[in-house]
Design a protein around this ligand. Sequence first.
Ligand code: G16
Length: 548
Amino acid sequence: MQNSINYDQIKAAAVYHPKPQNIKYTYGTAGFRMKADLLDSVIFRVGILGVLRSKKLDSKTIGIMITASHNPEQDNGVKLVDPYGEMLEQSWEDYATLLANAQTEDDLVDVIKQIISKNDIDESKPASVVYARDTRPSGPALVSALVDGLKALNAKIIDFGIKTTPQLHYVTRCYNTQGTMDSYGEPTEEGYYKKLAIAFRKIVVGKPRLSPIYIDAANGVGAPKMRELAKHIGNDNLEVILINDDYTTQGKLNYQCGADFVKTGQKLPFGCSIKYQDRAASFDGDADRIVYYYVDEDGTFRLLDGDKIAGLAGGFIIDLVKTAGLEGINVGVVQTAYANGSSTTYLEKVLNVPVSCVPTGVKHLHHEAEKYDVGVYFEANGHGTVLFSQKALKTIQSVKGQTAEQENAIEKLRALTDLINQTVGDALSDLLLVEAILTNRQWTLKQWDQAYSDLPNRLVKVVVENRHIFKTTDAERKLVEPAGLQEQINKLVSEYKDGRSFVRPSGTEDVVRVYAEAATREECDKLAYKVAGLVYDQAGGTGGKPKE
Ligand code: G16
């Protein structure tokens, strides 16, 4: 039978993708991510896992994205996408790790058999996988490894080409909902642009256009894709000026630019010389994150990060829900420990919305947001979206307004459900969401910024011998191991007004992250670097000790 699994065929293919000795792979915050030259065997095996997952889920199409998003250009990575565009179910991450670490071809076959038997997978079911990659130079070779893995298990293979990560999430959901009541859209890149552009035009109709938006595309895949989206939207509705859009010259991706650089460094990206009253935003390397910024009259850099976007989107949606008379629809916001203390206070005390805090990683935020009728989730780093529950979608689709004002609010809510990529955080869709809200409110970035003032905050990376010794609890806000370190951090924090700090191992880079906030910039930086120094001294810091 063509669909059933031929173990000799797998072994024969696996010989060309041997696992390097002495490497332990882990499925982290966003899949496997590391130096690209260590990923060949991992990606081959991820292909195998995608096929098994598809067989398990009655031949639904599984998505696979080859990207390392915000990481340096020499890194790459891979993640699996479940049928409705959500991240791979967490219990399967362990299988990904097991497959990646199987040393020999025989070990690999053993793990495959184990997964099949544990999950009662019918080997004879057909399987289908759609994949895409970002613009990294290592992409094509890794795609070959992936295709070898998919072919070894005779899957139906759909090559979606070079895309943003959210486009791959979108198309995965489209394939699996095609021809059903929940059809998410046309499973093409063109279908994606059309859906977003139509929705955007509906929301801004009749409103004066805002000034141009400068977009730093991190020299990544977001550049050509934003250009395409802008064509569909039309200059009359949104004027986009792209900077850092050189996605073909090697060495430029994410280098001194992009959302991560801007958020971490709290400064303008390279090549951006905006003036007072200009508006700007940065994407990351695979266009799933966005942050906004401007400079004040006195030249001070002002960042509008994921927290600010959550506040803006939450406030707008709450107003629309109220105006539409849909009080039965509840709205909630999900954040992580990185959320600025002032943003949480604003959401809880001013917008009166419930706020939950979960560990870093879209997979955690997404699931928590599903608990609300409308769940707004954003990480401070600019990764996030808004989810509408089935109940909310049905109500918004079917309800009729009693007044013109109500009808107008309902129309806007309807358009928002199309404008927002509900499968995952999406820089292009989030850009349009922010632009749509600002156009409706006729707000400048400064007016948006005035909702609340961020507590000064600082993120520091510490390189240690083994970041896996760091274990956290309480949504990553407390360290359990190394023993005793949290007590010392608490002592430092207590010395600073409005001080808060936490330490966690990154799941995408080989570093430990230190976050701190405090009442003043000076105090915040002192706290951040003292905690970073503590981590460095007590947990095997290597390279240079982080300095202010
Ligand atoms: C990925 C995840 C995000 C996470 C970020 C940093 O982003 O999708 O949820 O916030 O990594 O994670 P960590 O602190 O564990 O390294 P991206 O944009 O790089 O895919």
